[in-house]
Design a protein around this ligand. Structure first.
Ligand code: PAF
Length: 281
């Protein structure tokens, strides 16, 4: 396995594979890899000849006062996970390699990034769109793998690839959970013992919603009420948002029908966690 911090060398390596007719996968990450990332790597490994994992904590997608400085980083641990997972190349650039001194180009989008996480994190998706576009140019892969936990991110990237004609297939992969149902996330490491116990409320609230939907509930307002009441029963939880939207457009829907995303963001103490269910997609 190679580790490269250079855009030029990385691009050359990937182009050489492509010239031999090999299928190349990209798994974009910010590192501190967990079972969720591992499942993306495993799927990429089975569906392609070469697997590239990018590890880059992208400053552009963090707003002022967010956790850029404290975001967990451990390249040695990540490299060991990648090596074991059969990864061929880690792209791990410095910030200066990605954003030169006169950097001033951004990828902007309307509608999809405006609600849910975009409403509480105004610069976040512009940073994601820009860095993912750069990664797609640096690593001309055939397929890129993203987790469905960041469902809005997945919807945005799918749209961006269509609208800007990127020649890459976007694969969404299921959420990986802890035994008690908490979605795996690098940010789970911020939780204290008691917070970790109470964090299960995110998944439990979505389970309650799914029970109601399975029993025939289609009113999005009622589904949101069920989730809100469940979360409010938890002393350490504070809701950022509970939304039922179209998974294609990320606009609110009144009825739970067609491709629908039920998305929540909840503070457990000071840690903001997200979770979701995607229906009929
Ligand atoms: O999902 C993430 O880890 C990041 O948003 C991504 C896609 C790697 C872009 O920095």
């Amino acid at each position: 396995m190679e580790i490269s911090g250079s855009i030029k060398d990385t691009r050359e390596m990937v182009k050489a594979w492509k010239a031999k007719g090999l299928k190349v996968a990209l798994v974009p990450t910010m590192g501190y890899l967990h079972e969720g990332h591992k499942s993306l790597i495993d799927r990429a490994r089975t569906e392609n000849d070469k697997v590239v994992v990018s590890i880059f904590v992208n400053p552009m997608q963090f707003g002022p006062g967010e956790d850029l400085d404290s975001y967990p980083r451990d390249l040695d641990r990540d490299a060991a996970i990648c090596e074991k997972g059969g990864v061929d190349l880690i792209f791990h650039p410095e910030v200066e390699e990605m954003y030169g001194p006169d950097f001033c180009a951004y990828v902007d989008m309307h509608t999809l990034p405006e609600k849910l996480c975009g409403a509480s994190r105004p610069v976040h998706f512009r940073g994601v769109q820009t860095v993912v576009s750069k990664l797609f140019h640096i690593i001309p892969a055939d397929r890129a793998y993203f987790g469905q936990k960041d469902a809005q991110q997945l919807a945005i990237i799918r749209r961006m690839v269509i609208d800007l004609d990127f020649d890459i297939e976007i694969i969404g992969c299921p959420i990986i959970r802890e035994e008690d149902g908490l979605a795996k996330s690098s940010r789970n490491t911020y939780l204290s013992g008691e917070e970790r116990k109470q964090a299960v409320i995110l998944n439990q609230s979505l389970e309650e919603a799914m029970k109601a939907i399975d029993a025939g509930e289609t009113d999005a307002g009622k589904v949101k009420d069920i989730i809100t009441k469940t979360i409010e029963s938890c002393p350490l939880a504070k809701i950022d948002y509970v939304e039922v939207v179209s998974f294609d457009t990320i606009q609110p829907v009144e009825k739970v029908e067609g491709p629908v995303l039920i998305a929540i963001a909840v503070y457990i103490g000071t840690t903001r966690l997200i979770d979701n269910r995607i229906l009929n997609a």
